[in-house]
Write a protein that binds this ligand. Structure first.
Ligand code: TXA
Ligand code: MG
Length: 304
């Protein structure tokens, strides 16, 4: 299916699968309350959990959100890319109240994927795009996985290939009178943000301030067992690093970026074999490891 068909569907108020560099999104016109309601329904997503408005440029982002110098610096460094900025809302008409879950801030992002940028540019208005999974499930990183999750609810599925990053964007709050805060670790590392902003005060993600962080998330059907050194009978072992005799290794060379790009697709592949549990090797908490471990803890039900 083509970009023109995708844009036509958005204009008619329909839902589409939008490939991005992080994960596949379930996208709709951010200003159309009926379309946004259909996104919440398709995902069975709680309505207190606001959506990210996707736009094609920093200029477009500044049309809906108030960027201070810090936000401008972050956008200049990381957009297009896997960073979402939460800033004060300025234009009430482009993003409907339901998408904002009633907040007076808006989450915005410019994705680094050629097809996504083509769609956003041609559509010319903000597009909400939560990950295209049903609520609580692992995010889709291929068009096949997106179809499996929410295929029945979309008019158009754009195939943009496997997602390069494989984990959602880092959500960063840049609000007046407050220090910059990471609300969700993701595709841009804490280190990269601190290199620009200086040290951030909290050590881990600030789950309480991002409404969507409170529920069990990213979970396959099988239970997930963390910090595994081997698999018990009936389990599938998701390894990391050399010398782990398993058919599923997130990164045989021990590279966290490679592991991030394989995380959701391997959780899904392991889950399809209906194991008694998915046992996951320890992942170092450095670089993208922070976001991987965040997703794994939520998949295992350790948080939420
Ligand atoms: O990489 C991504 O960000 C993907 C792709 C498709 O762009 N999208 C994505 O959307 O992960 P979603 O809806 O699954 O996650 C959005 C996160 C949630 O944790 C939500 O609570 C938070 O962003 N969020 C959205 N608006 C917010 C706001 N105004 N204040 C605080 N958190 C917000
Ligand atoms: Mg999601």
């Amino acid at each position: 299916m083509t970009v023109a068909e995708a844009v036509g569907a958005l204009r008619r108020g329909r839902l589409i699968h939008l490939p991005t560099e992080t994960v596949y999104g379930l996208a709709a016109d951010a200003g159309n309350a009926a379309s946004v309601a259909a996104v919440f329904a398709a995902k069975a997503r709680p309505q207190f959990n606001p959506l990210i408005a996707h736009v094609s440029s920093t200029i477009a982002a500044q049309g809906i959100a108030d960027f201070d110098e810090r936000a401008k610096a972050l956008a200049a460094a990381f957009w297009p890319g896997p960073l979402t900025l939460v800033c004060p809302l300025t234009d009430q008409n482009m993003v409907c109240d339901l998408a904002l879950a009633g907040l007076n801030s808006v989450a915005v992002r410019v994705p680094a994927h050629a097809l996504a940028l083509e769609v956003l540019e041609a559509f010319g208005r903000p597009v909400v795009a939560p990950s295209a999974n049903r609520s609580g499930r692992p995010s889709p990183t291929t068009v096949g996985d997106a179809l499996e999750e929410t295929g029945a609810q979309v008019d158009v599925s754009l195939d943009g290939g496997p997602c390069r990053v494989g984990l959602e964007s880092t959500v960063v709050a840049v609000l007046p009178g407050s220090a910059v805060r990471i609300l969700r670790p993701g595709g841009i590392t804490r280190g990269a943000i601190e290199a620009l902003m200086g040290p951030l005060d909290e050590n881990s993600a600030d789950g309480h301030r991002s409404p969507g962080r409170l529920t069990l998330h990213y979970a396959p059907n099988a239970p997930v067992r963390l910090m595994a050194q081997s698999a018990k009978p009936g389990e599938i072992w998701l390894g990391f690093g050399p010398g782990t005799g398993t058919m599923f290794n997130l990164s045989p060379s021990g590279d966290v970026e490679e592991a991030a790009s394989h995380l959701f697709s391997m959780l899904r592949a392991a889950d399809r074999l209906a194991p008694s549990a998915i046992a996951v090797s320890p992942i170092p908490d450095i670089g993208l490891g922070e976001a991987i471990n965040d997703r794994l803890r939520r998949a295992a039900g350790w948080i939420g």
